[in-house]
Design a binder for this molecule. Structure first.
Ligand SMILES: [Zn+2]
Length: 131
């Protein structure tokens, strides 16, 4: 992100960066929360492909829609941005997404369990306090 900010003064690093399961997109841009969200599967892709998605989302911070000005900005660094989009789709076919998602769901369940445990403990503490 830093190198993009250096080449284009309009770009800035968002306050928050989040990774999660997205549907129909590699990234999302939330201006109100100053947050960029990236698909969890991206980390299985080559660095060049990730960078291209990061740049795409960073442009959205000042160019919301996929309109000609947006693609002009995109072409400044990725003149062949279509090729990158296309390759991401191809790479997705090669990934064993089922295995990754089952791992991810397991991870989320563990997190939920941990959270429930924490709330249980909090409730216990409160009850003890009442006694
Ligand atoms: Zn976009």
């Amino acid at each position: 992100m830093k190198k993009y900010c250096e080449t284009n003064p309009k770009l800035k690093k968002p306050k928050k960066i989040e990774y999660k399961e997205l549907y129909g997109a590699w990234g999302r841009c939330n201006l109100n929360k100053d947050k960029l969200t990236f698909h969890i599967l991206l980390k299985y892709f080559p660095e060049k492909h990730i960078e291209h998605v990061v740049y795409h989302e960073m442009i959205h911070t000042y160019c919301l829609n996929h309109n000609p000005p947006f693609y002009n900005e995109m072409k400044k660094i990725y003149p062949d941005w279509q090729k990158w989009d296309h390759e991401l789709k191809l790479l997705l076919y090669l990934l064993d997404t089922n295995e990754i998602y089952s791992w991810y769901n397991e991870f989320q369940n563990q997190k939920k369990k941990q959270n429930n445990k924490n709330t249980d403990e909090l409730i216990k503490k409160k009850e003890k306090f009442k006694e």
